[in-house]
Design a protein around this ligand. Sequence first.
Ligand code: GDG
Length: 500
Amino acid sequence: MTAQPSSRLIVVSNRLPYVRHLKKGEKWALEPGSGGLVTALLPVLRDRGGTWIGWSGVTENVSRIDDIFRNASRGAGYELRPVSLSQEEVDKYYHGYSNETLWPLFHDLQSRATFDSEYWHTYVKVNRKFAETLAGECTDGDFVWIHDYQMADVAHHLREMGCQANLGYFLHIPFPSPDIFMKLPERHALLTSLLAYDLVGFQTVRDRRNFLQCVRMLMKNARVRPDGHLHVVHVDDRDMRVGNFPIGIDAAGFAGRAGQPEVEERVRSIKERFAGRQIVLGIDRLDYTKGIPERLRAFSSLLERFPEVHERIHYFQVVIPSRTGIPEYDELKMRIERLVAEINGRFSKLGWVPIHYFFRSLPPDELLAFYRASDIALITPLKDGMNLVAKEYCACSLEETSVLILSQFAGAAAQLGSSALVVNPYDVEQTADALYHAFRMPAGERRYRIRRLRRNVHGQDVFWWVDSFMQAAIHKELKDFPLLEDYIPEHHENIVPSER
Ligand code: GDG
């Protein structure tokens, strides 16, 4: 690892922020990818340059894969370094340990978690593979920022390889309480892995507190002490730090694009079509953590208990296909569709269908138009690290007439809870009451609340998030990273959520 004149930013995540498509004539093409993480970091890397390491997204042997990514790097404005995985590795590390073990457990849904030691061994092996790619890429002066639950074990391998670089880690999903974390057979190994980073960041105080409680309970030789807004963990003769850094969005970018004429036109046509009626919006990846069936039942309860809303309200539920082919997800889809059919079957009248259901990803302008045209956002995950949709919705509410209904179990509630209508998503009647309250909320109160929400979302945006994480990690901010002078950014707006 050689020294370089200035430190670069190296990002590591499960997937590269590009997806590959086989174009007509058998040619591979790369397109901008997706997901909350990409939505957050893309503007940063686009502006500052750097390297992103991640799985290429394919398991078959594709010739010239490195060349394909090298070409794509030119358009992206930063380097893309693919890591190749076999089908078995994807099955056990990604579908297995990441999505069948950590994902449900960390979202407090322990009965859905699968514990299989084979999954864990493959997870460790794949994390080592990422560490090897990273070791060949970074110098000791670089700042390495590793993301999310699929990558918890990378630092531990890097340290074994002698890497001295500053290693930061951010967990995008919640960290569970000790009661739940203790169920994980690899609980000790996973905590040891996380303690190998220099800085571990969580979305909320709740997550950070859970993590530190687990450290205190399981790591007998660890000492924890507060240090400003961070906590220092002293373990094995070294200090590492832990903090909470709620992720933000590119709020100005969202607001700017939501005000463009194409979106404006689309908003006008939706508003005309639904004149005199309020639109409630739900947008979620197909996932059991999002609380979609509970939310549909809440909407049904609203229609049943408050008939005055009939023919005056429409609920748009967008479900983005995810983890297709996995029985649990296919069953969830069927359950949602059955509920939509039952509710529409029961309440529809000529000229009024209460639920409009979309099972597909929306093109970016359509998403923005939906955000702007809706009167109420109904965002009620059973548990969520943050929930960027809630923040994007606020940023796009240019008319400042919208109401946000938000689950108390979304990380976003810590920042937005005082101005949103906060509900327990398991409490169907309470959620229905909140909907009724939102439906009747006078314009003045709506404006007061949404202005405060927008101020928060603009003030603590994605750049603030990156700056605060990097300040804590390396005492630097975005502006301290060198700009690529010869780089003219391409405009990539087509960001759709990826598989998680
Ligand atoms: C993880 C954590 C945390 C959604 N529908 C469409 C579409 N989207 C975009 C949204 C948003 C993103 O997808 C979803 O972000 P979330 O935050 O809601 O959820 P996850 O992807 O599960 O992210 C989460 C996040 O990491 C960041 O730390 O907030 O808690 O689970 O940006 O705009 N985009 C388009 N069409 C759609 O139909 N174009």
